[in-house]
Design a protein around this ligand. Sequence first.
Ligand code: PEP
Ligand code: MN
Length: 362
Amino acid sequence: MIVVFREDATPEHLERVIERIEVHGLKAHVSRGTTRTIVGYIGDESVLANVGLRAMPGVEDVIPIQRPYKLAARAFVGGGSVVRVGSAEFGGRGIVVIAGPCAVESREILFEIAGHVRERGAGVLRGGAFKPRTSPYAFRGLGQEALELLALARERTGLPVVTEVMSPGQVEAVSAKVDMLQIGARNMQNYDLLEEVGRSGKPVLLKRGLSARIKELLLAAEYILNTGNMRVVLCERGVRTFEPQTRNTLDISAVPVLKRETHLPVIVDPSHAAGRRDIVPDLAAAAIAAGADGVMVEVHPIPDRALSDADQALAFEDFDLMLGRIEAVAEAVGRGASEGSAGAEEIVIEIGRRRARLERAL
Ligand code: PEP
Ligand code: MN
């Protein structure tokens, strides 16, 4: 942490700040420039979180240098981690495609979609059972019936399935039926829910909130990791901006930023970012080019008849075309889907060992 003093700060101001910090067991390093003084402190700066340094006389600014997330930080693992869901491997050499309907609508439609995306090489089947809808009058999913259908689709195709869980009370029932739990954008900061999915031990797909900063996404992931569940995949799905041509604005920069900041795999959902099917393949290709570990897209046999998010659903032919594009990009960036994993190990770290590593990382 660095404390920057005002130009008119007095030696007494400096003394008082140093005293206040040293009481908390940190070591001060004073640098005097021609116009102003700065003081750096080494040690666990979280102990200073509530000390009120910024309000002390003579202080202009306090700049933290440690990251607020520890378990999610790339340094914690010293590289990228791999999260396995069935035979899909997020964060390995290849890319993973999650595909399926926005919501599970019927057995026939789900099986038709599952069969198609499986045949084309998707790694995970998606489908909402409990849908967070902006309007309470919109189709809100088939609930338990959809969970049963997802489990049947998995049996038929061998594809692992992911579905959204909206409240802590649903976690147990949903975990019993699916392979991966999705936390939707609207629930990214539902901390009770994050801890509950963490405790389930299931892999978690954590979507970025509609107006969440990257740091906030990583801190949300930290809630899950802190339960001892390291199987978290992050998903950039667009953020709300002033631009009305798309449903959200895909923050493509989030991909390389996240890859630098965290060891967790990162995927992109171009369907909810775009809100319109015509540009979904372009955004998917951009995501892979930017370093994403995979994409998640919505697919429907008759998109215009989809009960939710009809405008963004890809027809089967469009899905196939998109796959061709992302495979070419993946090949170009050395991540051909057929190349398999680079041999990275999945991290399964027990709490004790994790804490020890955390302390070393700090
Ligand atoms: C979804 O993926 O089904 C969904 C509702 O997305 P988001 O939470 O990103 O809006
Ligand atoms: Mn949707």
